[in-house]
Design a protein around this ligand. Structure first.
Ligand code: FMN
Ligand code: EPS
Length: 385
């Protein structure tokens, strides 16, 4: 089992959300504002629903940190749900049930299978935990991991590359600007972004929803994180699993991804050359920085595809779990599109997996030892090549 792990708890409309992150070394300097900044980034984006106007996510750090530094113990992170004030009676842990049950399952959500699997009669018992409100805590955990990686010279950035079929032109994206959050949709092609907003506006008007694609890039990685030795040590598998675990993510690509199935080897594999100093370099990075389940020293590039939001204001045909009748799916309020929010969650999950790989390889008791081990390793593998 990996040393670094986390778990989240909390319902979407409960009093608060919590995460426990265990296994980071002692002696890591943490900045509260950088965690809150990522929480705010996750809340923004054209197309989000009314809930985001209520919440102003801020983290409380309840353990594992003293005087701005980790001390090696589990780090407990908490975010209070402001909306709980409006749901108190319906979300009480004890007492008599209050409010009407939700019984019209939404296609595309966890509702229908959840109530049967967990033997519940109120869809709320399922939707409270299946809600992507939970991603708040993934982002808080990811922000801590990003601080850890930053201390080692590694940065994690993202961009939205497609919404509702409107695609970014890669030639128009200044990749040096990635991570500077220049736009509302976390998109670095202004023309495409304007079209994306129009698409979202039209979808909202029609009571419909949209999905899209985001890309996460990691810079400053040492070669050799992950391993070819065993299936469950391959970093590509871990990254794909972590990104796929985000609510509504239905596809993950590493580097050229699905294009690899179409193009010949001569147009896919990244040829190696030697510079004047005899150091190896590549002119392309279609592998997305991963070969044999290990980082190869190039930028890591992963993409994830998000399906359209399942709650439609023009509801889909469905069934009622109480009356056994055909009905229209339930709707309270919902996002129309949340791809930019998902991109921030994607950064977080990627940062966690990379932080885990670093802790596995270089030890995770104390920052000073980890930094020394990383420096010694880099010196060895950089000596000849
Ligand atoms: C950031 C984010 C926001 C989301 N917002 C909503 C929403 O407002 N309404 C909704 O029905 N689903 C929303 N979803 C998607 C559902 O949570 C998701 O589709 C559901 O949990 C079922 O899981 P699955 O799509 O992975 O099968 C959101 C997902 C993410 C990542
Ligand atoms: C609360 C968040 O996202 C929620 C994810 C979500 C879902 O079904 O996944 C449904 C909506 O919740 P509500 O019904 O309270 O409006 C979103 O707002 C959040 O991102 O913080």
């Amino acid at each position: 089992m990996s040393e670094l792990r986390f778990m989240t708890a909390g319902e979407s409309h409960g009093p608060c959300l919590t995460a426990i992150l265990e296994g980071l070394p002692a002696g890591l300097k943490l900045d509260l504002e950088s965690i809150n900044k990522d929480l705010a980034r996750r809340q923004q984006g054209y197309g989000r629903g009314g809930r985001m106007k209520i919440e102003k996510d801020k983290v409380n750090v309840l353990s594992g940190v003293r005087f701005n530094e980790t001390i090696g113990g589990p780090i407990t992170l908490q975010v209070v749900n402001r909306d709980f004030q409006n749901w108190g009676e319906r979300m009480a842990a004890f007492g008599e049930p209050a409010g009407e049950k939700v019984t019209a399952a939404r296609p595309g959500h966890a509702d229908f299978t959840g109530i049967r699997k967990y033997d519940r009669t109120d869809v709320r018992d399922i939707l409270e935990r299946s809600s992507a409100r939970e991603t708040t805590m993934r982002v808080a955990v990811g922000a801590v991991c990003k601080e850890f990686l930053k201390a080692l010279g590694i940065t994690v950035v993202s961009q939205v590359t497609c919404i509702g079929g409107v695609k970014v032109d890669p030639a128009k994206v200044d990749r040096a600007k990635l991570g500077t959050d220049i736009s509302d949709l976390n998109c670095y092609d202004a023309e495409a972004e304007a079209q994306m907003k129009e698409k979202i506006k039209a979808a909202r008007k029609e009571g419909d929803t949209l999905g899209g694609i985001f890309e996460v890039t990691v810079r400053g990685l040492p070669a050799g994180l992950g391993s070819h030795i065993q299936w469950d040590r391959r970093l590509d598998g871990k990254l794909a699993g972590a990104l796929m675990s985000i609510q509504a993510i239905k596809g993950v690509e590493i580097g050229a991804g699905f294009d690899c199935a179409i193009l010949p080897g001569s147009q896919i594999h990244d040829e190696m050359f030697l510079d004047e100093a005899g150091k190896v370099y590549r002119r392309t990075n279609r592998a997305g920085g991963l070969e044999g389940g290990m980082t190869n020293g190039e930028e890591l590039v992963v993409k994830a595809a998000m399906k359209p939001i399942p709650t439609l204001m023009q509801p889909l045909h469905s069934v009622d779990i109480a009356s056994h009748e055909e009905v229209l799916a339930c709707k309270e309020r919902s996002d129309t599109c949340a791809v930019s929010a998902a991109s921030v969650v994607g950064e977080a999950m990627t940062a966690f997996v990379i932080a885990q790989a670093i802790c596995d390889k270089f030890g995770s008791d104390a920052m000073v030892d980890l930094k020394a081990a990383l420096a010694a390793y880099k010196a060895r593998i950089g000596k000849e090549w």
